[in-house]
Each structure stands twice: as C-alpha cells, then as structure tokens.
Ligand binder design. Structure first.
Ligand SMILES: [Zn+2]
Ligand SMILES: [Zn+2]
Length: 149
C-alpha cells in the first residue's frame, strides 16, 4: 500500500486511517521468514501541529522451525510502531522516515519494522529440551536411554 502524503503535509489536523492487509503473495520475497497469514496493519497517519506521525499496529502469523528440536510450529505476533515522517534534510534513523516524493511505501516500512523485531533465536517453547545428540529423540516428547548410562 502506498500512502499519498501531500495532503497530510499540507493540512494541519489532517488524518488518514489505515486498515489494510499485505497479501501473502507480496510476502513471498522475504526468504528469512515464512508468513502463514497476510500481515494486518491498523493505525493512522496524522498531521498534528505540522508534524506528521505514523502509528501502526501490525499482526501476523509465522511458520517456524524450532532452532532446538526442529519441530514445525506457528506463532502469532503483534507489534506497535511509530514513526515521524519528514520531507527532507533531517537525518534518517529508526524514528524518522524521510519521504521526499510524498509517497510512503507502507508495505516496505511495516515489513522492515517487523523483521527487526523478530527474535534471532526461535524456540517452540522457552524450555524446549531439544533433541538427544546421540539418538535424535525429541526430548520434549519422550526421554531416551542415552544419558542414563
Ligand atoms: Zn523445540
Ligand atoms: Zn538419546
């Protein structure tokens, strides 16, 4: 979704609601993660006293493979993001998005935001016991004899 920002920059008090889903086929390109559902984006972009702020709530479900026991599972995520959008000059950082051409690519922004938030280590549960190094048994499901000798 592209948001036209011209009106938002021009009119103090202008506000635009966002209620949108990034379809799965547009999420295919992100190989680091596997989306099970579209990414829902709700929020608003508002010009308050001349400052344009974007606030969004992002929710989605990912397919995961546990880093420890290799089990497939899915997990739901919810994140909130807030950015101040500026037209030019000021330095770009996490909070400030420079948008010179007055068009904001919300998909790109939301996806890069959420990728940064995802944990680097993915476990099916916090205390996942993993696999036995000797026999490969999933130790969450059953114990084995290997460590008992
Ligand atoms: Zn696990
Ligand atoms: Zn074993």
């Amino acid at each position: 979704m592209k948001i036209q920002l011209k009106q938002l920059f021009d009119i103090v008090g202008e506000r635009k609601e966002i209620d949108y889903k990034i379809p799965l086929d547009e999420l295919d390109g992100y190989k680091a993660v596997s989306f099970k559902t579209p990414v829902s984006i709700n929020g608003e972009v508002e010009n308050r006293a001349g400052i344009v702020t974007l606030k969004i709530h992002v929710s989605f479900v990912l397919n995961h493979v546990c880093d420890r026991c290799l089990k497939n599972f899915e997990r739901e995520y919810h994140y909130d993001f807030e950015h101040t959008i500026v037209r030019s000059s000021q330095k770009e950082d996490d909070e400030h998005i420079v948008c010179e051409n007055m068009v904001l690519d919300l998909n790109e922004l939301a996806i890069s935001d959420l990728l940064l938030q995802l944990p680097s280590k993915i476990l099916c549960k916090e205390d996942c016991k993993g696999l036995c190094f000797v026999c490969g048994q999933n130790l969450n499901e059953a114990s084995c004899e290997c460590s008992k000798s």
